[in-house]
Design a protein around this ligand. Structure first.
Ligand SMILES: [Zn+2]
Length: 313
């Protein structure tokens, strides 16, 4: 068993329990948050996160990994406050979320400089606290892996190799960029078992998914209730992969945001009518069971894979 950095201290990997591996307790446009703070009611955001965390706690969740990093408003003190209020084990991340560019500060410095910044978050603490990050996050979407993003992927890879914490990516399966992400991470020599290619469940293209799995990595079937595919389609793909023996490679999660500022509330209800923090438990898992998913497979995906991902096994 290894120790993992949660926001309230170290957790033995054997004590992670039922884990939601990709949920956001607070997600917002970072520049807007800093420059126009009057737009946000901090107490309301905190109460929203606490309420959502308690709802999944009531369904047995013991740990939440929150991949909110630079670019989407990471606030590690907020995560700590929610963890202390609810007793949820919350694991924070370090890295950069962008689909195109990175700030000039990083553009004009080298990859190792960026890696050192991430390593400090893991070994010393995030945002001048002693709260340590437990995993690394990098992203690329439909725009592809731009030169700036490639720099982030390489820095994340180097930080992984120094610290041993795992990597979660945001990928865009319909442009096939999970494979390009893997080429870069492999070139940097990252252990594939420390990698999760996030959002792989956004496609039902089994050929593509098999190509990703061939690397020996984990994949995120992690956007139930949102994104380009309805749950029924997501489950069909998941069940097929379960049948093929991939329970030990897949994570199920929702990429839910307890609060977010990208869309107005009215708009959000229109575009994501199913979005809720308990959707996986109330709708998806019962449906999976009905269609042949076993308790053992669900336990593997929600309890065991996270231990092995953190341990690089
Ligand atoms: Zn996310």
């Amino acid at each position: 068993m290894g120790f993992i950095n949660a926001v309230t201290g170290k957790v033995d990997s054997g004590n992670l329990g039922c884990t939601l591996v990709h949920e956001h307790l607070l997600l917002r446009s970072e520049a807007v948050t800093v420059q126009f703070p009057h737009l946000y009611n901090e107490e309301e955001l905190f109460q929203k996160a606490v309420k959502a965390v308690k709802e999944v706690q009531a369904r047995g969740v013991k740990t939440i990994c929150d991949p909110t990093v630079m670019g989407i408003g990471r606030d590690v003190r907020f995560l700590e406050r929610v963890a202390l209020e609810t007793d949820m084990q919350i694991v924070a991340a370090t890295g950069i979320y962008s689909f195109t560019e990175i700030p000039a500060h990083f553009q004009n410095r080298d990859i190792d400089y960026m890696a050192e910044v991430f390593i400090r978050d893991i070994e010393v603490g995030v945002q001048n606290t002693s709260i340590k990050a437990g995993f690394l996050k990098c992203s690329a979407d439909a725009q592809g892996i731009t030169p700036d993003l490639e720099k982030v992927f390489r820095a994340v890879a180097r930080a992984q190799k120094r610290t041993g914490v795992p990597i979660m990516t945001h990928s865009h399966p319909s442009s096939g960029n999970g494979l390009k992400q893997l080429e870069i991470l492999q070139e940097e020599g990252v252990n594939p078992k420390s990698i999760m290619i996030g959002h792989t469940g956004d496609t039902d293209n089994l050929d593509y998914i098999h190509q990703v799995l061939k690397y020996g990595v984990y994949i995120g079937m992690d956007r139930y209730g949102q994104g380009p595919l309805p749950s029924g389609e997501r489950n069909k793909t998941l069940l097929e992969l379960l049948k093929q023996g991939y329970a030990n490679r897949m994570f199920i999660s929702q990429d839910y945001c307890c609060s977010q500022d990208w869309y107005t509330e009215e708009e959000l209800i229109k575009i994501l009518p199913d979005w809720s923090v308990t959707y996986l438990f109330d709708e998806v898992i019962p449906q999976l069971r009905k269609e042949g998913g076993t308790d053992e497979q669900i336990k593997t995906m929600m309890f065991e894979n996270v231990i092995n991902w953190f341990e690089g096994k």
